[in-house]
Design a protein around this ligand. Sequence first.
Ligand code: GYE
Length: 311
Amino acid sequence: GLAALLSTAAHADLTGKVIGFSQIGSESGWRAAETSVTKSEAEKRGIDLKFADAQQKQENQIKAIRGFIAQGVDAILVAPVVSTGWDEVLGEAKEANIPVVLLDRGVDASADLYLTGVASDQVKEGAVAGKWLIDTVAGKDCSVVELEGTVGSSPAINRKKGFDDAVGATANIKVIRSQTGDFTRAKGKEVMEGFLKAEGGGKGICAVYAHNDDMAVGAIQAIKDAGLKPGSDILVVSIDGVPDIFSAMVAGEANATVELTPNMAGPAFDALDAYLNGGTAPEKAIITESKLFTQADDPQGEYDRRKGLGY
Ligand code: GYE
């Protein structure tokens, strides 16, 4: 009867499920937003979320995942800091029949070791940034410096590939220096300072491509400290679409960003709902949108809009 129907309906969701989340850390504004959005998405679904911050260390993530397995959680979310070294611990989760969903980064492990992943097409993000620069410099010679993400992470590998392949096909744009800034503002500033010193104060640098906005914001500070104008003397293009890159655009100090949604958990929880309650697993990875924003796209409005989105 109705009671039976209601009781099955009540279970066609994740109410009361215990889900562990091994988060990388809080290295960037985007990462902090992903954490707050994940917590609010869990709250909305009545999930008991167990949160573990790894301070960017893979061994802390592996420890946290082992803790979740010992606790007998219903599912595990992992944002994998680097793409290698996961086979063993993912095998242990599989042994324990605990589904794993990857968020925002990929792993080299075989796909049968996790239920699915929710991430952007990171090669495409690099290509979109590259195409923006190609269109913007319109055939003029342009020496670019590149601030790479965390060494060995899938976004750093893929965003480098997408951008370098795009600009590598032109005769006028050349990547003259490339170094990791570990996705942080501080490191991005420090590495950009090094690039400027190595390039005669930056006169020969036409653009900086940063694998995330936080490193771009650090680079903007370094460019200003060197007496140059970011956004005009040196073009600034990056990825994430965090509020602070839009306020830099309003000030004319940044030029373009490729948006990355901080809401990877919503699709992840939907996939877990279908799997735990209906036994169905999504076909393959769940790919989120990559949209270009420039100074022409109402940056103040975009800043205001994001302030309400968990940033
Ligand atoms: O772009 C950056 C964070 O894994 C795609 O990690 C994510 C990246 C994001 O540090 O801000």
